[in-house]
Design a protein around this ligand. Sequence first.
Ligand SMILES: *[C@@H]1O[C@H](CO)[C@@H](O)[C@H](O)[C@H]1NC(C)=O
Ligand SMILES: *[C@@H]1O[C@H](CO)[C@@H](O)[C@H](O)[C@H]1NC(C)=O
Ligand SMILES: *[C@@H]1O[C@H](CO)[C@@H](O)[C@H](O)[C@H]1NC(C)=O
Ligand SMILES: *[C@@H]1O[C@H](CO)[C@@H](O)[C@H](O)[C@H]1NC(C)=O
Length: 405
Amino acid sequence: MAYFFILLAIGQQYLDETHARSEVPGISYFNTSTRLMDTQSEEPTIQKIQTLLLVGFYQQGLNRSITAFTHYGCAVRMSLAMGLHRRMKSLPLEEQEQRRRLWWTCFCMDTVWTAKLGQPVHVEMADITVDTSELITLNDGFNSEILRANVQLAVITGDIMKTIYRPTVKKTIDDLLSALRKLGSFQKNLPPRLKSSIIVHNDRTVANLYLRLNQIVIITIRPLVLSVFIGQQDTNDNSTEITQAIKRCVGAACANINILFHLKEVGMFSKFGFWDVRYLFSSLLVLYMSSTDKNLIPGGRDLNRLMSEAGNFTAIENEIRLRELDSLFEKFRDEAETEAKLYQHSDAISPNTILLNEISNIFTTQEETDDEFLDFIRPFSKEVSPEVWKNLTTNLQSWDSTGYV
Ligand SMILES: *[C@@H]1O[C@H](CO)[C@@H](O)[C@H](O)[C@H]1NC(C)=O
Ligand SMILES: *[C@@H]1O[C@H](CO)[C@@H](O)[C@H](O)[C@H]1NC(C)=O
Ligand SMILES: *[C@@H]1O[C@H](CO)[C@@H](O)[C@H](O)[C@H]1NC(C)=O
Ligand SMILES: *[C@@H]1O[C@H](CO)[C@@H](O)[C@H](O)[C@H]1NC(C)=O
């Protein structure tokens, strides 16, 4: 029953309805589910793990990120206790396949959330023996291809957290570039079906994969963008590499705003989902630090406003922060009015083609020196009062930080 009610709660969260009532979508179902949930018994079961994952997922949107984290942690521990991470050849194939799917789903959800909070990623790949590919087709509509791609991306995310965001590891630009290369080859080797379209009617799975990929590019390079912006990084050293990496970060931010915009056009944008708010905010912060690609900012801001008007408090909070950024940037930038210039697609080329090209360009930018490009994030500190500069850099550092670095 707890499982049943949490399914209803998530269904309502994603209905994309604007509620006249002030109630958070799905909260009554959620309350019922957690009331019914058995938290005391010693015996882990498949359904308990599924329930924990969904309860954690719903809580992501409730500003309860730590509770979500503990629920995912609990699901992982129960899975380990049941041996879901191990190949169990004695079990019937159907059962093995179900266990396999649940294990990797658990792995992905836990890794993504753990990385978001900047916590240590726990389970090592070397301890896992269960397959990443389908063992048997169950003909139930489950998409094993997308799960496999998500697993690969989660593994790279774990590696990035263990190098770039580990407080005891000294990171170099080479580490950032090597992480980018891994992400690039992941993108290149995706199965053809996942490379043919992003915006699919009634199915966000591929779009979500690309949103996640671009978000990881952003969190990988963001420390570099920030340190160049703040003036800690000497851009004369390794300027080609730095330029490359920053271009990719800005490209990923643009691609994500464009994907979200297209999802909204086809009615698959979730005003109450956690990640859409997050992707948008991370992308916008990158674009604020860059002056080359400001065209997308007004459109991205419109999307955030849409969510905050629907009552999403994460979006409301972000709106307040973005306004503060506006006023800080106004102090030293004579900004030319930029118009909302989200992707204007012509009828001749489908949005899918444009989005896919945009994403593959992120990873294939040619090595070229482009000295002017770096000027956009040259330190502005001398142009403003120390107070404005301090507020600006503190905000950029803390608002979208991953981890405690
Ligand atoms: C759900 O539970 C929370 C906390 O127990 C409570 O504050 C809230 O009013 C409940 N909402 C509904 C609609 O039952
Ligand atoms: C979200 O949670 C944090 C930490 O518990 C709190 O500081 C913040 O005010 C909350 N935001 C909203 C909109 O409730
Ligand atoms: C700059 O590039 C050189 C050669 O590729 C490398 O050894 C060095 O670590 C790089 N510097 C930084 C700060 O990453
Ligand atoms: C800087 O931040 C402080 C504390 O939040 C605030 O009181 C002050 O008004 C801010 N200054 C500017 C110029 O925004």
